[in-house]
Design a protein. Structure first.
Ligand code: ADP
Ligand code: MG
Length: 271
């Protein structure tokens, strides 16, 4: 990590529908709720993190696409959200063209890293602008966007759905992390793995959780995110679950996850 005090985490898993965006929105909100300054970078062409934080298409004048393709300074693309201390660089469907548009640039994988780190350095001494956390909501692929995110990040937070073959996709993800470490970003770490869509009535959920803990040990967060319909309803109101229903089990789980993450980060900083 840089000595700027900003932790840059890529929320990554090449599988779709595992809870990356839900985690970006709700973990980001929970961290902001306890006083941290958080930036979510929506790096998926679906733009779901933007929609889920109430940023309508018409408001997305500049996006993460402009940041990586046209080198628009991050600051110009940042928008506030309805959550105090939580800001966003929105994303939109233009992102699906990044792969081809950057194909000729040998340094294409560094685009997001350079944009984020320039900004972090610039605001490092301004407490009103400095972020404690930057969360990059990755697309469901191992495309050049995800490589950009892994190159930009200090570490990965991996949401893993409690379902059959959850670990199979993980080994592919970890191989990609090794490739990024061997060249683009030697410091890249795994911050943690969070089990999502846990269903206590389904034995398979427990089996998967046990198996994942056996393989990944203490990288796996104790906090498990339950399957909770409130988490899936909230985005259609353009709100994080914490603002839609702060007492639902999903909101409570993300508050616990934020607390566990802060504790883990304190231990890491002290080590
Ligand atoms: P990803 O970003 O990995 O593709 P999402 O966060 O968009 O995954 O989640 C996929 C779908 O599942 C979305 O409709 C979302 O609202 C829903 N969802 C995510 N997490 C949960 C959960 N814990 N319980 C119920 N629905 C969830
Ligand atoms: Mg997503």
């Amino acid at each position: 990590m840089s000595d700027t005090g900003t932790r840059i985490l890529a929320i990554a898993n090449q599988k779709g529908g595992v809870g990356k965006t839900t985690t970006s929105i709700n973990l980001g909100t929970a961290l902001a709720a306890v006083g941290r300054r958080v930036l979510v970078v929506d790096f998926d062409a679906q733009g779901n993190a933007s929609t889920g934080l109430g940023i309508m298409r018409a408001d997305r004048r500049l996006t993460s696409y402009d940041v990586v393709v046209d080198r628009t300074p991050l600051e110009e693309a940042i928008l506030t959200t309805l959550v105090p201390r939580l800001e966003i660089v929105p994303g939109d469907e233009n992102l699906s063209g990044v792969e081809t548009e950057l194909a000729e640039d040998p340094r294409r994988s560094y685009r997001l890293r350079e944009a984020i780190r320039d900004h972090v350095a610039k605001v490092a001494h301004d407490p009103d602008k400095r972020y404690d956390f930057i969360l990059i909501d990755c697309p469901p692929s191992l495309s050049s966007l995800t490589i950009n995110a892994m190159t930009a990040a200090d570490a990965l937070l991996v949401p893993l759905q409690c379902e059959f073959l959850a670990l199979e996709g993980l080994s592919q993800l970890l191989r990609t992390v090794e490739v990024v470490r061997s060249g683009l970003n030697p410091q890249l770490d795994i911050q943690g793995v969070v089990l999502t869509m846990y269903d206590k009535r389904n034995n398979l959920s427990d089996q998967v959780a046990d198996e994942v803990r056996e393989v990944l040990g203490n990288k796996v967060y104790k906090t498990v995110i339950p399957r909770n319909v409130r988490l899936s309803e909230a985005p259609s109101f353009g709100k994080p679950a914490l603002l839609y229903d702060y007492r639902c089990p999903g909101s409570e789980a993300y508050i616990r996850l934020a607390s566990e993450m802060l504790q883990r980060e304190r231990m890491r900083a002290a080590a």
